[in-house]
Design a protein. Structure first.
Length: 288
């Protein structure tokens, strides 16, 4: 089920408690969190090596999930990013019990105010509006604040004739905001449509996982749709789809590679090449 995917931590850390069965004299001295386990191939990796390789496994090319600010750091030119609406918040529109506490905990653990960071920056000198969703904040779920920040980013890009790039990762609409969360699909899609009417470029980059209402709306509206390797992209979970159509699903169903083969996305780009690929696209668009 999709919820099992969403329980993944950024890293599977290897703790010193793993060696409790070893005698004291033979026990290695290893600080907690120094090594991480790859969720793709299961190999034990030195954390600093992962940090220095765009957080990608050198053995199986598994792309660890990035925080929004880390992705922006990898993507934009140094000191060129100006954030929009940093403190914008959605409140608790349907008075869902315990929601304020859940949001507060997500802010503390993720270091961001909401599940998306928006702003403007330069990629190899090419100025563009940027939106980056973050799976570490309530699995990137889309509530009022996420929709409002993205809609404002599109509006800014439209008014200032700028391209926009959105990195998506999400479990879908945020259930704690009820119908308000579902309305964000239409709001962001409408803002994206107005941007398109002006003949401006919209690029989406699908990262693991992009699901639910985000996939059903703005994630798949880009003029150019890129994805990271092996990203899970879909609307409903495999079990739901299989139960609905009563058929076996193809191998690799809902992976970025499967979608590329079927023509739903334009290219799969490894993280280390993402900045150069995006700057090339921005330059080509500007020179039309």
């Amino acid at each position: 089920m999709l919820r099992d995917l969403f329980k993944k931590n950024k890293y599977i850390t290897v703790s010193t408690t793993s060696f409790d069965s070893i005698s004291e004299e033979n026990k290695p001295i290893i600080p907690d969190g120094l090594w991480v386990k790859c969720s793709g191939c299961g190999k034990i990796l030195y954390k600093d090596d992962i940090d220095n390789s765009y957080e990608v496994c050198p053995y199986c090319n598994y792309h660890f999930r990035l925080s929004a600010y880390k992705r922006i750091e990898y993507l934009v030119d140094k000191e060129s990013f100006e954030e929009f609406d940093k403190v914008l918040s959605g409140g608790n529109p349907i008075k869902f019990k315990g929601y304020e506490e859940k949001v507060a905990a997500a802010r503390e653990s993720s270091g961001i105010n909401e599940a998306v960071v928006t702003g403007i920056g330069k990629i190899d000198g090419e100025e563009t509006v940027i939106g980056v969703m973050d799976s570490h904040f309530m699995m990137g779920s889309m509530g009022y604040a996420v929709g409002e920040k993205l809609a404002r980013a599109f509006e800014y890009a439209t008014e200032n004739a700028k391209p926009i790039i959105v990195f998506t990762t999400s479990g879908g609409a945020r259930m704690q905001e009820g119908i308000i969360s579902l309305m964000q699909m239409a709001k962001v899609s409408a803002a994206a449509a107005k941007h398109s009417e002006k003949g401006l470029l919209y690029i989406t980059v699908l990262t693991d996982p992009t699901t639910g209402g985000v996939t059903a709306s703005f994630a798949m509206q880009g003029d150019i749709i890129l994805a990271e390797p092996k990203a899970l992209v879909g609307f409903a979970g495999k079990r739901v789809i299989k139960g609905t159509i009563n058929q076996e699903l193809p191998e690799g169903f809902q992976s970025a590679e499967f979608l590329l083969k079927k023509g739903f996305i334009d290219e799969i780009v490894e993280r280390k090449y993402m900045k150069s690929e995006l700057s090339k696209i921005l330059r080509l668009h500007k020179e039309r």
